[in-house]
Design a protein around this ligand. Structure first.
Ligand code: AMP
Length: 121
């Protein structure tokens, strides 16, 4: 077990166990990519590792090289599937309280399909 603090009842763990539904766009041995249920852009895909990591720091410390490369494969595949390479997109991973992370399983938000404006609110 890599992380005793991981909450196995979080919604993404349920999606991974097929106990909850998701609109899956892409998956391979290491990652699952699915639409965010409360999309804030025409393209709003969540990219998650299949193994249990609670956040980006946990992943950075404990994931294998294959798992890390697979996340970038996910970015590349989503960019290709939605043809975001010309107009661009935004990639975000919220981490912890200050980052506003709500679901305690590492995820990357890939947003695109319209001009997203500057990061400042
Ligand atoms: P964060 O605030 O970075 O933890 O983002 C969690 C994201 O998960 C939010 O954008 C939610 O809309 C999304 N979300 C929560 N439940 C589901 C679900 N069942 N299927 C897809 N996305 C979800």
């Amino acid at each position: 077990m890599i992380n005793e603090e991981y909450d196995k009842n979080n919604i993404f763990a349920k999606i991974l166990r097929k106990e909850a539904k998701a609109d899956i766009i892409f998956e391979n041995e290491y990652i699952l990519c699915f639409r965010d249920i409360f999309a804030i852009a025409p393209v709003h895909i969540l990219i998650i590792p299949k193994r249990h990591f609670k956040d980006i720091f946990d992943f950075s410390k404990n994931a294998s090289s294959e798992e890390k490369v697979a996340i970038f494969d996910g970015f590349e595949n989503i960019i290709k599937i939605f043809k975001l390479d010309q107009d661009g997109c935004r990639l975000i991973s919220n981490f912890g309280d200050h980052g506003g992370q709500e679901v305690p399983h590492l995820h990357f938000h890939l947003l695109g399909g319209k001009g997203l404006g500057p990061m400042r609110s």
